[in-house]
Design a protein around this ligand. Structure first.
Ligand code: ADP
Ligand code: ASP
Ligand code: MG
Length: 424
């Protein structure tokens, strides 16, 4: 008998029929003798609907008081789905009980809309499991030290599931979604993308942080920190598929670097359209200037991603950086009202029609020329690179967003990812 955590995403929970299928699948695992904890998302579209309603009424400036209410509203999506799933399991003859994050409780900090999990008390859950019940816990939500409902950021149910698995030392955490595993890139953009049987933890972390939303980045961080065995698999296989076959399907996140006999140089391509680029033009080139610009941005709680400072001419230079697109207006106002007057820079430009495309692979550590293949491929497609950033196992470029799909397809082909897999 094992302790297993299942997580079901929004599409998998998207209708009463689909919830019934989830219930049948979970009941099958319980009948096989496993203790089951299930973490579902809100039904697909529901979180967007709730936040859309809020948007019609919210104040122009979102202060902590308003963010508190946004979380209270957004968390209701998951509240409904846990109840529905518990009913569906009971209808299958499987005892089940549902809990909101505040009931478990899943303790978080107070950073509304992107709270971090601090502790999970599993006493109640363990007692229910011992009594033969399936325990269903809301994804995405928790409760802070003052009793306020918090949410963990979009896609946060993945993190809830992995955190519950870590806290309970579960034997495995299975993330059921609308694709049958982690692919070399988003199969919606490149139909030739292929599923990986395994992906290293390091690569998964990069893919997630660079935009592959198949797993929320914090869930991967949790899995790494607590060594949670983690697998991504499809919720759209027939629910009565042989359980042993199901248990080895999808993509396993591995923690052993040398697992594969021969490591592909580039394992995957990630992309995101969530960033905006600013260039402060004609900044006096003197010590402390990066701090004057980025210090002001950081003080406003705006995260900076890519940074490039150009060579100077006549004692002045250009300084570019990217931020999340949600912070576009705030960054714009900050540069205009604070940074330009403080630095004596001539002007700034702002562009929210950019994208970031990244190649990821552990093999890049030991191969030269990978980045140049990337640059050549983009040049051959006539795509201009605006910014470049690298680490040991990834190279990212910032491009005009209209070239995103073309760039991803061309790179996927150039690095041989379209080809059938040769190493299992
Ligand atoms: P869920 O609602 O189950 O959490 P998400 O929509 O959050 O599902 O994540 C699954 C989606 O992630 C897929 O439908 C796919 O379009 C997208 N995706 C992005 N990159 C990848 C990738 N490398 N492999 C698989 N899916 C990916
Ligand atoms: N329902 C939340 C969202 O849409 C959390 C999740 O689905 O993981 O972002
Ligand atoms: Mg998701």
């Amino acid at each position: 008998m094992a302790l297993i955590v299942h997580k079901y995403g929004g599409t998998s929970m998207g209708s009463p029929e689909r919830i019934r299928n989830v219930a049948k699948r979970v009941a099958k695992w319980a009948r096989a003798g496993h203790q089951m904890v299930v973490v579902p998302s809100a039904m697909s579209g529901e979180t967007n609907r709730l936040l859309g309603l809020a948007k019609e009424l919210q104040p122009a400036q979102l202060d902590a008081a308003a963010m508190r209410e946004l979380d209270a509203i957004a968390a209701t999506g998951e509240q409904v789905s846990v109840g529905l799933l518990a009913l569906a399991l009971q209808a299958e003859g499987q005892p089940a009980v549902s809990y909101g994050g505040w009931q478990v409780p899943i303790q978080t900090d107070s950073t509304y809309t992107k709270a971090r999990i601090e502790a999970i008390d599993d006493a109640k859950v363990r007692a229910d499991l011992a009594a033969g019940k399936v325990v269903i816990i809301t994804g995405f939500q928790g409760i802070d030290g003052d009793g306020n409902v918090t949410t963990l950021g979009r896609g946060g149910s993945d993190t809830s599931a992995v955190a519950v698995a870590a806290a309970m030392k579960a034997d495995e955490c299975l993330i059921y979604t609308d694709v049958d595993g982690v692919y070399t890139t988003d199969p919606r953009v490149v139909p030739e993308a292929r599923r990986m049987h395994t992906i290293s933890f390091e690569e998964m972390l990069e893919m997630a942080s660079l935009g592959s939303k198949v797993l929320q980045i914090r869930s991967v961080e949790f899995a790494g920190k607590y060594r949670v065995p983690l697998r991504v698999l499809s919720s759209f296989t027939p629910w009565d598929i042989n359980i042993d076959e199901e248990a080895v399907s999808g993509t396993l996140i591995t923690f052993e670097e040398d697992e594969k006999m021969e490591q592909a140089v580039v394992s995957g391509i990630a992309f995101n359209r969530d960033e905006a680029k600013f260039t402060v033009v004609g900044v006096p080139d003197k010590p402390g200037i990066a701090y004057q610009i980025l210090g002001a941005v950081a003080a406003a709680n705006i995260d900076v991603d890519v940074i490039v400072q150009n060579v100077s001419h006549d004692g002045r230079t250009d300084f570019s950086f990217t931020v999340h697109r949600n912070d576009f207006q705030r960054t714009n106002d900050l540069l205009k009202n604070t940074v330009l007057p403080a630095t004596g820079a001539a002007q700034f430009t702002a562009d929210n029609r950019i994208c970031k495309v990244s190649i990821v692979g552990i093999g890049m550590k030991s191969h030269v020329g990978v980045a140049s293949t990337m640059f050549r491929t983009l040049a051959e497609e006539g795509i201009n690179i605006q910014m470049i950033t690298t680490s040991e196992i990834k190279t990212s470029v910032v491009l005009d967003e209209k070239y995103m799909e073309l760039a991803v397809r061309a790179l996927h082909k150039a690095f041989g990812l379209d080809a059938p897999e040769t190493v299992a």
